[in-house]
Design a protein around this ligand. Sequence first.
Ligand SMILES: [Zn+2]
Length: 650
Amino acid sequence: MGIRGFAPAALLFVVSISGYSQSAATPIRIIADLSEAPRKLYHAEIDLPVRPGPLTLITPEWIPGNHRPNGPVENITGVVFTANGQILSWRRDDVNLFEFHLLVPKGVTSLHAHLDCIVTSRATPKLAVLEWEKLLLYPANVPVRNILVEPSVTIPAGWRIGTALTPIASGLTATPTSDVDESAHTPPAGSMTTRYAATTVEQLEDSPVIAGQYFREFPLAPEVTPKHYIDVVADEEVDANLRPEFLMEVSNLVREASAMYGSHHYNVYHFLLTLSDTAGGEGLEHGQSSDNGVDEKAYSDAAHQLAEADLLAHEFTHSWNGKYRRPARLYQPDFATPQQGDLLWVYEGMTQYLGNVLAARSGLKSQEQYRDLLAMSAANLDAKSGREWRSTEDTAISSSILRAPNLAWTNWRRGQDYYQEGELVWLDADTLIRKLTNNTKSLNDFTRVFLGKGGDTGPLIVPYELPEIVAELNQIAPYDWAKFFRERVTDINPRADLEGIERAGYKLVYTEKATAGEIALDASRSRRSTAINVWYSLGIRLASDGTITDVRWNSPADKAKLAPGQKIFAVNNAVFSGPALREAIRDAKGSPNPIRLILQTNQFVSLADIDYHGGERYPALLRIDGAPDYLDEITKPLAAAPAQSSPVAR
Ligand SMILES: [Zn+2]
C-alpha cells in the first residue's frame, strides 16, 4: 500500500513520540462490536502499544469526503483506559475536544481503551453501517498513514458482513477471559467476530463495514479485473434481492468505468448498499468501496430508480477522482488538520459530470433522462440569485458551512453549488476539447492521463494542484485553460455556464409542460416527498401542504413579499392544492388580474397578490438544428457489449 511520500518499507521504522510506541510488529488492535447495533450502541475494545510517559490519543474530526469537521466525538461515551489491571485517569484537551490526555505508568507497554458510541443514524434492528470514526482512537500528531491497526468486527448472531477489508479469520465470538476491564461489553452468545488483515488508520477510516440480517453479495462484471461486488443489506428481505436488470446496469457501470478510466486504484471494489427508509440517505466515497444509503425501494423497480440513478456511478468515480487524485489541501496528514475545499469543483464537480455520464452509458438512466435532468440542474443554477454576490469557488471554500439543511433563502445564500456548477464547467471543457480537436479528442483523453497515472496502482493517494490540470489539458488541446477556469469558477457570474450545453447542440429553454424526465423524477421521489415546483414561474418552492420552503430573489413572489415558512391556504377562490395553484398560473396568463393568495404566517393570516402572467415554465433542452449532438455522443456506451451471464449471489 503506497501512499503519498511514503514507501511501504517505511513501516519498518519505529514511530515513537511521547508515550506512543509502534513498530511493524505491534499494530493497534481494535475490536468493533456491533452486536448491540439494534439498540443504537456500538462498542470498541482497543489495545495500543505504548511506552511510559504522557500520551495523547485522538478520534477523527475531519472525515475525508464529508467536507466538514463532523467526527461524532459528542457520541463517544464510556471511555475507560486500563493498563496492567489499573484504571488510568484521563483529561480531555481544553481546546481540541477530540483529544484525550493521559500518563502511561512506568513499565507499561500496552494500553487498553474501551469506548462506546451512541449511534444516531445508519443502524436499525436489521442492519448497521460502521464508519470507523465512531470507534477509532489512536495517537495524536502522528500521520495516520503511518499508524498500523488490526481490526476485528463483531456482529449479531445470524447477520452477515460486507466490506473491502481483507478477512483473515471468522468465528463465534470468544468470551473474554480477562477480568481486568469491567467496562468491556460482552457480546451475546452466537455473535460472530471476523478478524481482518492489518492496515493503516488512514485505510481503515476509508473502509466502512455494513452488516445485516438480510445480506446479499453479488459479483459484478466477472470479466473485469480487479474484482467488483455489490454488497446489500436491507430492512426487508425482499429488497436485498436486487433485480437482474439493475445488477446488469451496475455491471455495465463497472465495464464503462474501466473503459473510460483505463486504470484501477483498488485491489477489490465493493459497492456497499443500504436499503432502508430510516438508515438511508448517504453517499460516501472510499478508495476500495462506497457507502451508498438509499430508501428501501429506491432500486426496486425502474420507476423508483431515477432519483438515485447516478449515486453508485458518482461514488465509484470518486475512487479515481477524489480518492486516488485528491486536491493537495484536502489531503492532510491526519484527521485533525482542517481540510481546504477550494478545488472541490474538481473533486465533486468533475465527479458530478462523469458520474451522470457513466450512469447514462450504463443504462441506469436513459440518454433522454440525462438531458432532461441536465436541463433542470442548469436552470436551477441559472436562476440562483446568490450567484450575483458569491462565486462558485466560494461555495467550495465554504463547503463546511454550506451543508446545513435549512432551505429558507437558499437561492440567495447558494448551497454546495460546486457540484452542479462543476458539472456544467466540465461539460463545457469536454465540448471545447472536442471542438478544438475537430472531435478527435475529448475530456476522456484528459481523465485517462490525470486519473490513470501509473496504471493500476492499488489504493494510493496522489495529491494535485490546479496547475497540473491546466498543463495536462494543454497537452490534449492547447488553450488558455487557466483563464477558462478563472472566468467560470473564481469570477462572479450572474449567469450559469451554459456554453457546454450550447456547444453540445442544445439550448436551455422553458416550456409550459414538464419534460418526461422531470415527471419521472417526481414520480421516483413520490414515496418520500411531493414537493410542488413553480420556481421558474412564481418563484417559490412548496411542500405538498402549501408551506413555502424557498422564495427566489427578484421573482414575482419576492416582489409580492412572500417568505419561506409561510403556508398558502387558498389560491384565488379555491382551497390550496398543487393543481389549484397551477390552474391559477395558467388562468393568469393573458389576464390582467393578479394571482391572489391567502397566507398563514405563524398565527397570522394575510393576503398577497402576485402580479405574474407568464404561464407555467419548466426547463428543457431544445435541439439546435444542424449543430453536432455531442450530448448523445458523450452518453452512449463506450465499453464493448457484455458477454451474457447472470450474476449469482453469494
Ligand atoms: Zn461526491
